[in-house]
Design a protein around this ligand. Structure first.
Ligand SMILES: Cc1cc2nc3c(=O)[nH]c(=O)nc-3n(C[C@H](O)[C@H](O)[C@H](O)COP(=O)(O)OP(=O)(O)OC[C@H]3O[C@@H](n4cnc5c(N)ncnc54)[C@H](O)[C@@H]3O)c2cc1C
Length: 466
């Protein structure tokens, strides 16, 4: 089995001319990306360690014992990690480029768990548990109250994120709760540190702490005030509403009074329909039109909940705000001798944008599109993709879970065998883009590893972040 899957060896590489250039360009991009990634990781470590240095440097007081000092150190690192959480989801493009939005969201989740662990151990080590039974609210110092509020907000924040689906908490409610609890946790923690006073007892330490607090406030002002203000100056209107298969609606958006935006095929934007750009709940959607098209852009929205179902009834002329482009899930970010696009359901949207763009550019590199769907009637954009085959060096492989009786092509779930059957020799020089539901992406990533696709050439976009 393994030898059959790996039979497309480098010796039979048919794209040699393109490959040499591609290798050099790809190496340059990789080096740049790695350097930026290392720089950002350095900044992350710096932010986590800085509060410890502030707290411990040149203190003229004696240590308070190993247990207390250790507990305080954990508390400081926990606080720093909470601050970092804001930066990770502040939609800062410079941070997203070396890691990818998916990885940042995952990192945000992991850092959240780590921050909570640090804070809980800090609480466990520093609380005076003996006084718990004789607890008197009026005698409890303000620093303890603020510390308790910060820790409690953090616990509720993490628990509601982990169990959002199980508790049937709508995404919108969760988003608002998440934003409010995060601010409460960080502000209460900062006040707690200032009130404890032991480690912020000199002017210069207070200045350093104020700078950190200011950076936090600045990220809030940027995300919630300045960016929405900028977006409000560049409104869009719904030009056309086109029903697609599988409860999907394509919105064609036209820039109102400005020249629109440039995006890379595969990127997404945060969209607000019929609401102010200041509303907390914007929704992410991938562009599905060609990046070469000037003016209007298209997004395909599949009915998944309140917002996406309501889009079916939107009227032409409705005001829309577009915050984008975002993300690095794009053929323009990674050079390849060809492309393997893997789409599950509405995950076809970014793939369609890539195909339309390649066609408009007259790009002759080989592309293999694997489209996994439940049944033939639900294959979104199958006509548009079919039409593109004449303009591209494109092979389309449909994989159906429930095929019609006369179906002779691939069936079941996309796996290593299906990939190996249809990818050409030399596919390891391709770039691989997979977008779809998480279980499918997990299976596809494992399948790509099995057939020998280089891990650094496999890129995924998850549509369900929480
Ligand atoms: C980078 C990215 C690109 C996407 N591109 C597309 C696309 O091209 N076409 C498409 O149909 N869908 C796309 N989605 C998914 C789409 O954002 C959600 O289906 C939509 O927001 C659902 O909102 P709702 O209120 O209708 O449903 P809800 O019931 O509120 O949510 C359904 C599920 O969608 C996800 N979701 C909801 N709101 C958000 C949000 N603000 N941010 C992240 N995830 C959310 C959650 O996992 C949630 O469980 C994309 C998601 C991401 C993260």
């Amino acid at each position: 089995m393994h030898s059959r899957l790996c039979e497309a060896d480098e010796a039979s590489e048919p794209f040699t001319g393109v490959v040499a250039d591609d290798r050099i360009a790809g190496l340059d991009d990789t080096m740049r990306s790695v350097a930026r990634g290392i720089a950002w990781l350095g900044i992350l470590v710096g932010i986590c360690v800085a509060p410890l240095v502030f707290a411990l440097m040149s203190t003229d007081r004696p240590g308070q014992g190993l247990r207390t000092d250790f507990s305080v150190a954990l508390g400081f690192v926990g606080l720093a990690l909470m601050g970092v959480e804001f930066a990770l989801v502040a939609r800062v493009k410079a941070i997203a480029v070396p890691f990818g939005t998916d990885a940042l969201v995952d990192f945000h989740r992991q850092i959240g768990y780590a921050g909570l662990a640090f804070v809980l151990i800090h609480v466990a080590l520093s609380a005076d548990w003996g006084k718990l039974l004789s607890f008197a609210p009026a005698d409890t110092p303000a620093r303890v109250w603020f510390g308790t509020v910060a820790a409690a907000a953090l616990v509720v924040l993490v628990v509601t994120s982990v169990w959002r689906r199980r508790w049937r908490l709508s995404y919108e409610v969760w988003q608002i709760l998440h934003a409010v609890l995060a601010v409460v946790a960080v502000v209460a923690a900062l006040v707690h540190v200032l009130l404890v006073n032991y480690y912020v007892d000199t002017t210069w330490k207070r200045v350093l702490w104020s700078l950190m607090a200011a950076a936090f406030v600045w990220s809030l002002v940027w995300v919630r005030l300045l960016r929405p203000l900028r977006i409000r100056r560049r409104p869009w209107t719904v030009e056309r509403i086109t029903p697609e298969r599988d409860r999907t609606t394509v919105l064609t958006l036209h820039p109102a009074g400005h020249d629109g935006l440039r995006f890379e095929p595969g990127q997404f934007a945060w969209i607000t329909v019929g609401r102010s750009p200041f509303s907390i709940t914007a929704h992410p959607f991938s562009f599905c039109s060609s990046a070469e098209q000037e003016g209007s852009v298209e997004v395909a929205i599949k009915a998944a909940g309140d917002f996406s179902s309501g889009v079916m009834t939107v009227r032409p002329g409705t005001r829309v705000y577009v915050d984008g482009p975002h993300g690095v899930f794009s053929i323009d970010q990674y050079e390849g001798a060809g492309f393997c696009l893997i789409a599950g359901g509405v995950g076809i949207a970014p793939a369609l944008s890539m195909l339309e763009t390649l066609a408009d550019r007259g790009d002759v590199r080989p592309v293999v599109l694997f489209a996994g769907n439940r049944n033939w009637n639900g294959v979104i954009f199958r006509d548009r993709v079919g039409g593109l085959a004449a303009r591209l060096n494109l092979k389309v492989v449909h994989v159906l879970e429930q095929p019609p009786p006369d179906w002779t092509a691939e069936t079941g779930y996309l796996d290593a065998d299906i990939l190996a059957r249809h990818l050409p020799a030399g596919f390891r020089r391709f770039q691989f883009f997979a977008c779809g539901p998480t279980p499918m992406l997990d299976a596809v990533e494992a399948a790509l590893v099995r057939i020998g696709a280089p891990a650094d050439r496999v890129h995924t976009e998850h549509f369900d972040w929480v």
